[in-house]
Design a protein around this ligand. Structure first.
Ligand SMILES: [Zn+2]
Ligand SMILES: [Zn+2]
Length: 221
């Protein structure tokens, strides 16, 4: 599937006032990001949930890179590769993301910061374009940009679903990547994290994130 066969390499000529909604007919799907703090209070970044994935920077497309080149005798290749696992991911339905909210539940007791700071903190839609490969539950794409964003408590996402998963408080993860843990008040008290520093309200961070990425809040929040 290639929705834009004549698409030029878009990031090279991107004007400085790039607006994500001007891209014609991207594939839109659902995804989760971790939330990373920039140094000295200079805003936030949408981070990956895995160490085999990419940061999504504001105001420019994220370009997929291959992380599967050495596997299964596939040589270096363009991402997304049809028989590989590389590319930027979105899912067709937000409910498909629910299991991920609970994916790292055990890590709190292990205090593995590299995992804690990659726990899901932002739910949203993302646009993919360029080369896009369709799967049963989602898509893998070449270029991506977020469309609508909302800070979530990943455990509420798991238990109650996307509509009832808002976050209240952020705490610093303590890890080197400056990840932030987003939680509702209930799960903040239930799931430990007492020794972590409170860094602010989720609502303030969401406003900062929306303005930095020039996108709107996910409706219903
Ligand atoms: Zn690959
Ligand atoms: Zn919660």
């Amino acid at each position: 599937m290639r929705p834009f066969p004549n698409q030029p390499a878009p990031w090279r000529d991107m004007p400085s006032d790039f607006r994500p909604f001007e891209i014609a007919e991207p594939v839109i799907g659902w995804r989760l990001w971790s939330l990373l703090r920039r140094p000295k209070g200079r805003g936030y970044r949408l981070g990956p949930l895995s160490n085999m994935a990419l940061l999504w920077e504001p105001r420019r497309p994220t370009v997929a890179r291959c992380f599967c080149g050495g596997l299964d005798r596939i040589g270096p290749h363009h991402a997304p590769y049809p028989r590989g696992g590389c590319g930027l991911y979105v899912r067709k339905e937000p409910d498909f993301l629910r299991p991920i909210g609970n994916a790292f539940r055990g890590m709190w007791w292990a205090q593995d910061w590299s995992l804690i700071e990659r726990s899901a903190a932002v739910l949203g839609t993302g646009a993919l374009w360029g080369d896009v490969i369709e799967h049963e539950t989602g898509y893998r794409g070449e270029f991506g940009y977020p469309q609508r964003l909302k800070l979530i408590c990943p455990y509420c996402l798991h238990v109650y679903g996307p509509e009832r998963s808002s976050a209240d408080v952020l705490k610093a993860s303590g890890g080197p990547a400056r990840g932030v843990v987003a939680r509702c008040a209930l799960h903040l008290s239930l799931l430990g994290l007492r020794n972590l520093e409170v860094t602010g309200s989720a609502a303030e961070a969401e406003d900062a994130l929306l303005s930095e990425y020039a996108v709107d809040a996910l409706p219903g929040t």
